[in-house]
Design a protein around this ligand. Structure first.
Ligand code: ADP
Ligand code: MG
Length: 262
């Protein structure tokens, strides 16, 4: 059975994209078949996996969604690229921002991505969606088609207020569009354990949320190597296999799989 995980936080720079790369490739290393979907017009996930010029690509999430809207025929392999670390990726680019505006008047505008993703479920164990930093229509589409939401939170600023807004949106999507949607959990990222501040933020997040939302025990440490991978086109497991961030992502994946009893 395929599980669709949407990686969301309307705040930018919290580690969504780096988490998608290392969660996806980490799952692939566990023998899972994984499709990563880049649902951010900035195309950061696409670029992070070494596909340098998403804006020049012809077949992307935007063109696929247009085909869904227009009821055009769509081969399942359409637009999908293979990364050398064993994951598939459907790239995203700037055309997604035009699309987000133009789908406003479309029937079932919140469930266009779902129509595509549901067709792809039979080919994968995990489909992981990298969301853009907003709570707009594309993010709503990602939440509407997901089985669970993973929320990366950067342990550097007071994240609490923004989180409440996100959680409210998730609740609304659950009530109105996707009753089976569950919280995967909150993942603390860029944790600088040398500072008390990071520890404060971590304990504040635990206090505020751990009763209602799982907060993963694994925390992703602040790591220069993690920041560098975005330009390397590879995962941390390849770029810095013995590093603390690669380790942390491995532990995090164990927690996710354990919860599923796998
Ligand atoms: P988002 O997708 O939420 O905008 P990114 O994953 O792109 O966030 O991360 C934001 C920036 O922080 C990027 O430059 C990325 O390389 C860097 N980064 C991500 N994770 C870490 C980490 N654990 N340690 C240090 N830098 C990181
Ligand atoms: Mg991103």
């Amino acid at each position: 059975m395929c599980k669709v995980i949407s990686v969301s936080n309307q705040k930018g720079g919290v580690g969504k994209t780096v988490t998608c790369v290392n969660l996806g490739i980490g799952m692939a290393r566990e023998g899972k078949k994984v499709l990563l979907i880049d649902a951010d017009p900035q195309g950061s996930l696409t670029i992070s996996l070494g596909f340098d010029e998403p804006d020049k690509m012809e077949n992307t999430l935007a063109t696929i969604l247009m085909k869904v809207i227009n009821d055009e025929e769509l081969a399942p392999e359409s637009g999908i690229l293979q990364h050398n670390e064993g994951v598939d990726i459907l790239p995203g680019n700037i055309e997604l921002s035009g699309l987000e505006i133009s789908i406003n008047g479309v029937i079932s505008r919140e469930t266009i991505l779902k129509q595509y993703v549901d067709r792809m479920r039979e080919f994968y164990d995990y489909i992981i969606i990298d969301c853009m930093p907003s709570l707009g229509l594309l993010t709503i589409n990602a939440l509407a088609c997901a089985d669970s939401v993973l929320i990366p939170v950067q342990a550097a600023y007071l994240p609490v207020k923004g989180l409440q807004q996100l959680i409210k949106t998730i609740g609304r999507v659950k009530r109105q569009l996707n009753p089976d949607l569950v919280m995967e959990g909150i993942l603390l990222t860029m944790v600088d354990n040398r500072t008390n501040y990071a520890k404060d933020i971590a304990s504040q997040v635990y206090e505020a949320y751990s009763e209602t939302i799982r907060v993963f025990e694994s925390e992703i440490p602040l790591s220069v190597r993690a920041a560098e991978t975005s330009a390397e086109g590879s995962s941390l497991y390849q770029y810095d296999p013995k590093g603390k961030a690669a380790n942390a992502y491995t532990e995090f994946i164990k927690e996710v799989l354990m919860k599923e009893g796998k």
